[in-house]
Design a protein around this ligand. Sequence first.
Ligand SMILES: [Zn+2]
Length: 178
Amino acid sequence: MNFCSHCGSAVRFAIPDMDNRSRYLCDHCGTIHYQNPRLITGTLPVAPDGRILLCKRAIEPRLGYWTLPAGFMENGETTVEGALRETIEEACVTGQNPSLLSIISLPEFDQVHLFYRVDMPDFEYATTPESSAVELFEIEQIPWQEIAFRTVTATLEHYQTHLKRAAIPVLNSTVYRR
Ligand SMILES: [Zn+2]
């Protein structure tokens, strides 16, 4: 950040009084521009026969790789609402019975990724501008080498490990830069 989004003056990067981290400070209007992690919320959709829905990314980053439907949470929505919205936008699927499956911090990327397991009401799904292909996969046939993001891999592995349990625990983990 070079200029204050409030008044347009130049900002400086320094530790404010009573704080312990550097922030972008505007000396002209006094605004402290706090920057905080962004939340990515998505789903692991399960078809009536137990197969898992994956989307092939039609957009960068990781174009052509498979992923779970997910995206940046919008202001004014809940994490569940965001996850279900992304699932409609990327796969034309209206997920049901959302249950939290994973919450993964990426402290070096300033993000938190959060996935819900959802039931698909039927076998209806479709490609979208964001997904060049949408397909159902048996858990044994997941293309592990072609998964777009490590948080998606971790969430799928967690689901596979606990699939046979009555209740799947929540994965709470951290992904760092390699
Ligand atoms: Zn300002």
